[in-house]
Design a protein around this ligand. Structure first.
Ligand SMILES: [Zn+2]
Length: 81
């Protein structure tokens, strides 16, 4: 199957049940942004300043390529923690 991804900017964050950071993309999809060295190094996600600076940064959203349903719906969900 041909899986495409679409670049979508980050509009907010929340933590999942295991305390991993999840970025919310403008398309309505969630994407984990784990800091899990040495495999995945995202030091920026561990600080509020780093996360704020990455707002608007575009991540590749595979769910868009799959036409997956939105993970969240309303703008008021943006800053749940
Ligand atoms: Zn998406």
């Amino acid at each position: 199957m041909d899986t495409k991804s679409v670049k979508q900017p980050i509009v907010g964050y929340h933590k999942d049940d295991e305390q991993h950071w999840v970025a919310k993309l403008i398309c309505g999809h969630n994407q984990h942004v784990r800091h899990n060295p040495p495999w995945t190094v995202r030091l920026w996600v561990t600080t509020k300043q780093g996360r704020d600076e990455m707002l608007g940064y575009e991540l590749s959203c595979v769910k868009c390529g799959e036409h997956a349903p939105r993970d969240w719906q309303t703008l008021s969900d943006y800053n749940e923690h």
